[in-house]
Write a protein that binds this ligand. Structure first.
Ligand SMILES: Nc1ncnc2c1ncn2[C@@H]1O[C@H](COP(=O)(O)OP(=O)(O)O)[C@@H](O)[C@H]1O
Ligand SMILES: [Mg+2]
Length: 245
């Protein structure tokens, strides 16, 4: 198992944000964590990347307990994160932002830059432009590209579709799929359940700090409870199906 979260409890002051969350991510998978606003999705990712301390449970990476490891060491170990809200450095150019992602690495980075530019041609066109002047979608691409520069074994993505127009959402999900095809394991958190479930191999549903369901993503797309709570109730798979009407 590449990443294993075992019964983690996380608090903000006295408020319990996570009340015993467990999940697993295997090498090569795309796993999604879906749930409403406030369910604990961001907190789960922050606990995996070391930005929030846990009060109970543990996080294992490649079989090793990293629960107390500082965040920057987790990046070195292979845990990459593109944060919610993106965190692009506004005064730095696109290329400088990308290079920041590789600050801990030595040697020639031109091949890595070329790969990111191949995935995101838009960033290549704008490599000299300040990050802060990029559109929301471009900043999202930049945040993902920067995380890739650290050559993560697992990439954690916090709501990559947030605030993007439908066409850009499709594009971002396509790129995530391509990143995975090229060998990076992905854990993606989303409120956009429909598209996340279409992208992922497996999924977990989080409600008020607890995992309430876990299954192959395709199975959750057909799950009546999941449909009612997260997918607007109706089957929306394109063609009419037997279970419709
Ligand atoms: N900095 C914070 N201080 C206090 N409470 C927080 C903080 N961040 C998140 N929370 C609370 O923790 C819970 C989970 O939040 P979060 O992980 O951000 O959920 P999600 O990403 O699913 O929307 C929510 O009840 C939220 O109000
Ligand atoms: Mg969040």
């Amino acid at each position: 198992m590449l990443l294993e979260v075992c019964d983690i409890h996380v608090h903000y002051g006295k408020i319990a944000a996570l009340k015993g969350v467990s999940l697993q991510v295997e090498q090569g998978e795309i796993v999604t964590l879906i749930g409403a606003n406030g369910a604990g999705k961001t907190t789960t990712l922050k606990t995996i990347s070391g930005l929030r301390p846990l009060s109970r449970g543990r996080v294992l990476f490649e079989g090793r307990d990293i629960s107390r490891m500082p965040g920057h060491k987790r990046v070195l170990a292979g845990i990459g994160q593109a944060p919610e809200g993106r965190g692009v450095f506004p005064g730095m150019t696109v290329e400088e932002n990308l290079l920041m992602g590789a600050y801990a690495r030595k040697g020639d980075l031109s091949k890595d830059l070329a790969e990111v530019y191949e995935l995101f041609p838009r960033l290549a066109e704008r490599k000299k432009q300040p990050g802060g002047t990029m559109s929301g979608g471009e900043q999202q691409m930049l945040a993902i590209g920067r995380a890739l520069m650290a050559r993560p074994k697992v990439l954690l993505l916090d709501e990559p579709s947030m605030g993007l127009a439908p066409m850009l959402i499709r594009q971002i999900f396509e790129i995530i799929k391509e990143i995975n095809r090229r060998g990076t394991t992905v854990l993606v958190v989303e409120q956009n359940a429909q598209q996340a479930l279409q992208l992922a191999d497996r999924a977990y549903v989080l409600e008020t700090g607890r995992v309430v369901k876990s299954a192959p993503a395709a199975q959750l797309l057909d799950d009546p409870e999941v449909r009612a709570a997260y997918l607007g109730g109706d089957l929306d798979t394109g063609a009419p199906t037997a279970s419709e009407g």
